[in-house]
Design a protein around this ligand. Structure first.
Ligand code: NDP
Length: 342
């Protein structure tokens, strides 16, 4: 059973060397006396939030976190897609296709199987349950619909627009009748955002570092909803361009995750005269709407209203590099690792 384990806690940017592939033996049955599911992992998801769990949180580091630290020497944990090999839980049986929290390893013993979800649309690519029909998809849907609350004609700005979350946010905002602009870190991604995901406009924030000028050009009447995936300077400049009554759905701040000294946002005062609602959210608070989300978005995919772009690497050995690549924008679309096909 090959697994990716954390070798040391991380400060600054993560590197492949912070992780290690190790091998151990695993039985293919749930041990006697345990109510659990033994899952063969097919697709591992690479997600930015894993970085937070690579840090060692202690009394000195008071940053709040939504999950506990990874344990050194043990498999990393994240959402994944797999097949049940053996189960002593009444709701699962061998052969079931499932997604949920599992380990970065070939086989995982899931001792809290209630957290797994059955895959209801196996006619779609199973990998979609790491992205558009999985955690990032629900993040995009809940963040836009519940926090952003789009109205027809709203002007929406999305950062990291080609990524797992961003690509769905833009497409859902278009379906809701909004005018949608994205930012991304390469010309290839900007082109994808416009042609594949149907954004009205997009810009490359790396080749056009004057964000204020880019936003003025693409959204001259201002921003009604900013779906923030990156934080930092982009959030700061976007605040200046918000319309009265605008909403900032604060989803993530990937530009800050590896910094020991976070960027200090200066334009927060704008939220008072413009009556802007800035609301952070965590997808974990929205899993009760998963079933309706899954049906709506699976329908959009089948109707050709939502496209999906994935960046798939093959083999568990390549998982550390794939994860590290998220923080320099190497991934084009949702980053995932295929470790078995069935
Ligand atoms: P992506 O698929 O978008 O991949 C990460 C992308 O972030 C990179 O490709 C890169 O795109 C961009 N990026 C990396 N470093 C920087 C930087 N320093 N400044 C600006 N952009 C950077 O990831 P996800 O869609 O999975 O996640 C997007 C955001 O949503 C993250 O902040 C994540 O933490 C957050 N999130 C929050 C959840 C919640 O519950 N609130 C749940 C899931 C995700 P580019 O080349 O365009 O710069």
């Amino acid at each position: 059973n090959k697994k990716v384990v954390l070798r040391r806690h991380v400060t600054g940017f993560p590197s492949e060397e912070d992780m290690q592939i190790v091998e151990d033996r695993v039985g293919l049955r749930v041990p006697a006396g345990l109510t659990a599911v033994l899952m063969k992992n097919l697709y591992l998801s690479c997600d930015p939030w894993m970085r937070g769990r690579m840090r060692k949180h202690d009394e000195v580091d008071a940053r709040p976190t939504s999950a506990s630290d990874f344990v050194l020497g043990e498999a990393l944990l994240n959402y994944g897609v797999g097949k049940v090999v053996d189960s002593t839980h009444p709701e699962f049986k061998a052969g079931d296709l499932v997604w949920g929290m599992s380990g970065w390893e070939e086989y995982s013993l899931i001792t809290q199987p209630e957290s797994l979800k059955k895959i209801n649309h196996a006619e779609l690519p199973l990998s979609y349950y790491t992205d558009v029909l999985g955690m990032p998809g629900l993040t995009a849907y809940a963040g836009l619909m519940k926090v952003g609350r789009p109205k027809r004609g709203d002007h929406v700005f999305v950062s990291a627009a080609s990524g797992a979350v961003g690509q769905l946010v833009g497409q859902l905002a278009k379906i809701a009748g909004c005018y949608v602009v994205g930012s991304a870190g390469s010309d290839e991604k900007v082109s994808l955002v416009k042609t594949k995901f149907g954004y009205d406009d997009a810009f490359n924030y790396k080749s056009e570092p004057d964000l204020g000028a880019a936003l003025k050009r693409c959204l001259p009447d201002g921003i009604d909803i900013y779906f923030d995936n990156v934080g930092g300077e982009t959030l700061d400049v976007a605040l200046m361009h918000m319309c009265r009554g605008g909403r900032v759905a604060v989803c993530g701040m990937i530009s800050q995750y590896n910094l020991e000294e976070p960027y200090g946002v200066r334009n927060l005062y704008c939220i008072i005269p413009k009556a802007i609602r800035v609301e952070g959210f965590n997808v974990s608070g929205y899993f009760d709407m998963y079933a309706s989300f899954e049906e709506v978005v699976a329908g959009y995919i089948k109707d050709g209203k939502v496209s999906v772009v994935e960046d798939v690497v093959e083999g568990i050995e390549r998982a550390p590099a794939a994860l590290v690549g998220l923080f320099s924008g190497k991934n084009v679309g949702k980053q995932l690792v295929a470790i078995a096909r069935e």
